[in-house]
Design a protein around this ligand. Sequence first.
Ligand SMILES: [Zn+2]
Length: 85
Amino acid sequence: MNSEVVSNLNTFGFSNVHFTSSYAFKCDQIGRKCPCCFQIHDKNAYFVKFHEPSGNWYVKNFSKKCVSKPFLQKRHELPKFAFVL
Ligand SMILES: [Zn+2]
C-alpha cells in the first residue's frame, strides 16, 4: 500500500498500521474506540477501499457494526495549473 494511504490512516486515528493484503490491514486499535464508528470492535482487522466516483478512500472494520468513513480525498486538490494565472 502506498505511503500516502498509510500516513492518512495515521492522521485519521489509526496507529501501527500494517497491511496484510492489498486492501486489509491490522493496527493497534484493539480495545480502543474505532476511528470510523467510535465503537470498540473485538477484531483488529480493517480494510480500505477506493471509491472511484467520489475520488475518496474509505476505511472500515470487518465488523458489520462498523461504518465506512472517508479518510483521504483525491479530487479536492487544486491542479498545479490553477496557479499559472
Ligand atoms: Zn468501527
